[in-house]
Design a binder for this molecule. Sequence first.
Ligand code: AHM
Ligand code: MG
Length: 338
Amino acid sequence: MSKVKTLGQFIIEKQADFPYAKGEFSRLLRDIGIAAKIVNREVNKAGLADILGETGDSNVQGEQVKKLDVFANEQFIAALTVGGEVCALASEENEEIIVVDNEQSKNAKYVVAFDPLDGSSNIDANVSVGTIFSVYRRTSLSGPGTLEDFMQRGTEQVAAGYIIYGSSTMLVYTTGKGVNGFTLDPSIGEFCLSHPNIKIPKSGKTYSINEGYYVHFPDGVKKFIKWCQEEDKASNRPYSSRYIGSAVADVHRNLLYGGVFIYPTTSQAPKGKLRVLYECNPMAFIVEQAGGKATDGFKRIMEIDTKALHQRTPIFIGSSEIVERAEEFMAKYAIAAR
Ligand code: AHM
Ligand code: MG
């Protein structure tokens, strides 16, 4: 008997952590795993689009070639609407919520917010992209899900995770009891537990930010960047700068090695770029569960009041000591910036 533990086995084992769970939640996680495998298959073929047919064209089989983010969106919607566990979905790709209004789903307990393919502008260059998801218990009592069901703070998440389609494909998730990572073994088509109980280092030597926007950053961020670049043996500085431009990949690397990822406000994006519901909250839940921190520079991401589906926030996320250091700079220069 092999010692490999698959995602499916792990989920069933963990169901005991939720004494009142009737299995819906386990099925929901399993459905996400299935959609991830289908999206992974297409992402791996991305470079072939040119010889099979351009996006929007018909391919050699006469099928429409879809943009991968559209394809990923459809796969996750399909996977999460057939199982009967979810009464509404929110996706980066859809302006409005998607109400799941079939017989078995209309009284389902959960809602899921997700970004089907984050960083998709990187795909053609073979750079890692990811899917991010966040699961909430509905707040409405019954019937089809509503927009109101999504207007919850990140602290109310029951689960969150991401899939990174990289040099290997990994699914990393938390249900509030630590963080576990599973690597897809393509030979058996299963996610296998490869990174149990992930803990982010308290510190690190990497900062990840799009420095091209430097002139547009708040002063606190500018000063923090300069601090990262100073020489100081005791704190391992200067730090390295690493920015992929795929939040999942940048946060994933920093989760394993330590570091900070920042997408601040800029003069062009005065509220930041990343979205609270399906990018920042799930990443924050994972990083906090791994022992790190996630703030908007001043307060905890997961305590932001969600007032709109596609609401944005600046984010500082990663190793606790480095995030705290960045917050010190933000506080110090806040008066001038505000
Ligand atoms: P997307 O949801 O349109 O893909 O945008 C989100 C991505 C993040 O993955 C990444 O961190 C960021 O946008 C990069 O933005 P920029 O090019 O402004 O640095
Ligand atoms: Mg995105």
